[in-house]
Design a binder for this molecule. Structure first.
Ligand code: UGA
Length: 430
């Protein structure tokens, strides 16, 4: 089968490479010439563990191009994996999806299935179908299928090769059968639904996970007040299979390119249809507040950050990625800077991206020790393994005032008690 993939971000590139791993010939299309050049050398333009290796292994089945016409012309299946960022009003911006849909309609010369992997509001696949059919340059049949993506950054390759499920949303048998064939060697449960249900599965899943995190964060905040320990509480909850052990980690809130955007988009869609999803609205609000949880705690020790040296460990929204979208560091560091602090920051891969988004009196350090040296307070925003592995005494040894505010519950409380430090985390005793 001749497969093309539009967009080489996390979704598009990982999909293309994993399809090649299962023996398909795949042409990946991107508008960025520079990115295409890099990918032709077998190098991924995004930081994603295992992706470079898998690309190099499958280079003979992979083609990278900016020439979308050549890529789409003879394709049997075309995946759309471009971004659907958030608009100011919280709705999803579908401009890139429609741009690609228009290009496909103008290019295809044989019957083909267009597979929408991008996260799009419920009903969008129907609209794309009408949009494309009105623009077809040749008298061919085009079927639109919804096939949402469930990969997480940092584990994207494994999440795709060993997917929790493959959802195929179609209105007719033929495109369903073609997609079953595409995915026949993928070892994952396959669920065939109509397109609107497939679109909804994606939002409902992401928003449920976001809700779970906000719920746990609220319970964690209450634990602090009533003297319970969130780590023990979530452990106890997780034994119940109906609740599950995963996604119960309390912290300074979720970030990334998906949960913040997808919660707002579903909430927007509900109100647009004269509905209201109160639980999701609450999850959004809780998350916004949670991001400032550590700053509030810091006010106990310092009225403001003026003249202080603030050490920051971790900039990205989670470990295993260089992505900073909606990362807690992006809202907290400006608070330190506005107050007149000198910020020292460490992150193994996120520094270059952070520099593009935030300016000010920041020194980016090569090592954690250098970051902590002479600091008056330390904030932990990302649970990188290098941070979790630290010996508690290093804070005591390097910092001027060893006050550690940990937004990711990286350390054992007993271990921290033995060191001569002030340690506060989320949902646990001070
Ligand atoms: C998320 C979903 O997990 C994927 O299933 C989905 O396919 C993807 O969005 C998407 O729609 O593309 P991702 O945003 O890459 O993936 O990252 P997650 O690992 O889900 O983490 C999101 C945020 O939640 C991070 O900031 C993380 O620190 C936070 N989180 C996660 C918690 O605060 N507590 C937890 O227990 C789990």
């Amino acid at each position: 089968m001749n497969i093309a993939v539009a967009g080489t971000g996390y979704v598009g590139l990982v999909t293309g490479v994993c399809l090649a791993e299962h023996g398909h010939g795949v042409t990946c299309v991107d508008v960025d010439q520079q990115k295409v050049k890099t990918m032709r050398k077998g190098i991924s333009p995004i930081f994603e563990p295992g992706l470079d290796e898998l690309m190099q292994k499958n280079m003979e089945r992979l083609t990278f191009t900016t020439d979308y016409q050549a890529a789409y012309r003879g394709a049997d299946v075309i995946f759309i994996g471009v971004g659907t960022p958030e608009k100011r009003d919280g709705s999803a911006n579908l401009a890139y999806v429609y741009e690609v849909a228009g290009q496909i309609a103008a290019s295809i010369e044989k019957d083909c299935v267009v597979v929408v992997k991008s996260t799009v509001p419920i009903g969008t696949n129907d609209k794309i179908e009408a949009y494309m059919k009105a623009r077809l340059a040749h008298p061919v049949q085009v079927w639109i299928a919804s096939n949402p993506e469930f990969l997480a950054q940092g584990t994207a390759v494994q999440d795709t090769l060993h997917a929790s499920r493959i959802v195929i949303g179609v209105e007719e048998e033929k495109p369903g059968a073609i997609l079953q064939e595409v995915y026949k060697d993928f070892d994952a449960p396959k669920l065939v639904t109509n397109r609107r249900s497939a679109e909804m599965i994606k939002y409902a899943s992401n928003d449920f996970l976001a809700l779970k995190i906000s719920y746990v964060n609220e319970i964690a905040n209450l634990c602090e007040t009533v003297g319970a320990d969130i780590e023990d509480v979530t452990k106890g909850m997780g034994f119940d299979g109906r609740i599950g052990k995963q996604f119960l980690r309390a912290g300074i809130g979720y970030g990334g390119s998906c949960f913040p955007k997808d919660t707002k988009a579903l909430s927007w869609l509900a109100s647009f249809n004269d509905n209201e999803i109160k639980t999701i609205k609450a999850a959004i609000e809780v998350n916004e507040n949670q991001k400032y949880r550590l700053v509030k705690k810091a006010r106990k020790y310092y009225e403001d950050f003026k003249g202080l040296t603030v050490a920051v460990l971790g900039l990205t929204f989670k470990p295993g990625t260089d992505d900073l979208r909606e990362a807690p560091s992006l809202v907290n560091i400006p608070v330190f800077l506005e107050d007149g602090a000198f910020v020292k920051a460490w992150d193994p891969v996120g520094v270059q991206n952070f520099k593009k988004k935030c300016e000010g009196d920041i020194r980016y350090c090569e090592s954690i020790e250098e970051t902590l040296q002479d600091a008056d307070i330390c904030f932990i925003f990302t649970e990188w393994p290098e941070v979790k592995e630290l010996d508690a005494h290093i804070f005591e040894k390097c910092m001027k005032h060893p006050i550690i505010l940990d937004g990711r519950n990286c350390y054992d409380l007993e271990q921290m008690e033995q060191a001569n430090v002030i340690y506060e985390s989320i949902g646990r005793k001070v």
